[in-house]
Design a protein around this ligand. Structure first.
Ligand SMILES: [Mg+2]
Length: 89
């Protein structure tokens, strides 16, 4: 469990870095989903580097996975707090 807690701590630290970088982000759910998909694309790119260029790229892949998890946590926080842009109409 301590290994998992260490990972959760890294995800939380990444969340803090996102807030420091972007401030309070106010988006619709589809925009949030697009942001998450963009981060998933970076995971796919990093995975291909591991596949074709070797395990030296695993650390970068791991960083990208932490970013994906942090964005997912961010979306969950927004849903829970109600702090997201509703569709008009
Ligand atoms: Mg990324």
């Amino acid at each position: 469990m301590s290994e998992r807690l260490h990972i959760y701590e890294q995800i939380s630290a990444e969340r803090d870095e996102q807030d420091a970088k972007w401030g309070n982000q106010l988006h619709s759910i589809p925009v949030w989903s697009a942001i998450l998909a963009e981060e998933c694309g970076e995971v796919a790119e990093a995975s291909l580097r591991v596949e074709f260029q070797g395990e030296a790229h695993l650390a970068h892949l791991r960083e990208e996975l932490v970013q994906v998890a942090a964005v997912a946590v961010h979306i969950i926080e927004k849903i829970d707090s109600g702090d997201w842009v509703r569709p008009e109409g």
